[in-house]
Structures are given as C-alpha cells and as structure tokens.
Ligand binder design. Sequence first.
Ligand code: PEP
Length: 255
Amino acid sequence: MRKKIVAANWKMNLSLEEGKSLVEAIVAGLPELNEMRQVVIAPSFVHLTQTASQLDEYDHVQVAAQNCATESSGAYTGEVSAAMLQSAGVHTVIIGHSERREYFHEADDQLLKKIHQALNNNMQVIFCCGEPLPVRDAGKENEYVAGQIEATLFQLTDDQMKHIVVAYEPIWAIGTGRTASAQQAQAMHAHIRSVLERKFGADTAQRTPILYGGSCNAQNAVELFACGDVDGGLIGGASLKADAFLTIINAMLQS
Ligand code: PEP
C-alpha cells in the first residue's frame, strides 16, 4: 500500500489571524488519518511556528514550508535555512514549484541543493514537476518532465528517495481553473513512475507517492484520485477554504 497525501499550498495568502482560523476550521472537521493517509499544510514562513503549534497534537497532519535556502547558514539576507525550518517544527519542504522556477528563476542545480538541504535536515520533500502549455501542445510533455526528474531526483540515493514525494503540476492547470483530465493525469503519473523505476527500480517507484496539482478542487478530486497512479493532491486555491479542503481530504480517504 502506497502512502496518500493531500497537501495545501497557501502560497502568499492569509494573515496570521486568517491562517489560525483556517487551521482551526480544518482540524475541527478532520476525518481520521493514519501513517498511510496524511495531510500536509504549507503556509508562508511567517505562519510556520503558529501552524506547527496548532497541529502539534495531530500526528498525521504535517507542516510544510514552501521553500528553503540552498545554503546552510550565513550572509544570505532574506533566506530561511532548512535547519531553521526543522527547528520550527517543519516536517516537509515543497521544492521546485513552477512559480519558484518561473518567477525566481530557480534552476535544476539550485533545486538539487535545496533538496539536499531539506534531506540533510531530516525533512520530507515534495518535489514539483510539470510542463508548460507549449510543451504539452507539442506532445513533448513526457520527455520534459523526465528531464526535470533526471536533473534532480536522479542524483539522489535509493535511501534518500524514501523521503521524496513527487507532485505533478502541469503549469497550464495551476490556478487557471483548467484541470488535467483524469486520463491525462493518470498517463503522466504512470510515466513518472516508469522514469523513477528506470533509475531506482520497482520498489522505489511503487513506494513513491505522486500527487496531482493544478486546479484540483472539491468537485474533481474524487475522479482524479481514483486514478491508480494518483496518490493524492497538492492543492492551491481550494486549500484556502476549509470546506473545500476537507472535501478533498475525504476524497483521498475514499480513493
Ligand atoms: C499549486 O500551486 O500547487 C496549485 C496546484 O494551485 P491551484 O490548485 O490553485 O491550481
């Protein structure tokens, strides 16, 4: 049985007070989770200690950061190190989100450094990959996504891969209201698993959770999560409303 996860990416949204209320509403409606069915919440850096203390008693709801520094410590004004995050109660770091790649020009070598920082500080990584629309239109999405994985995850050991969750997020579906169809999601997730198998073997490929992200919401989550290789979701917009997010969590539990 593979671990399934629903992860909230709040991006640059919510005041401290709004974040607190949202977490209160989520935990008030939370269904029973376990080792293999987990929830992750990734607020901004500012919220992390508050969110971590609110979730302290919930063993299967983890706090994630949306980014970490490439370096361990030192004169890097504005950066937050993986060790700092770990000390703040952070369990997971999202690395390689398309908004970081596009707006902050994060390239594969930097992403790999960040992955190492997170892993060296005993945190899990949600590694995002996904193609832009012109690549999909040209029918080159499989090789594009394989290239993103080869440049980063292929540099890890089998042991390190135990702490990696992959999130497939087609850029054309993020925040656009345009979702990949269940067939498109399943085909890409199966492809990603075959790419992982080529390098790490079947055990690692079968064990690694692959989440779908891109306008996943309370209406389409059941269909997406029913796909055999879709192990949950990374949720942006719909994670900012407790009702929608709880519906998506329940969809993961039913799948
Ligand atoms: C995301 O940013 O990770 C995401 C999937 O956003 P949305 O759900 O809003 O498309």
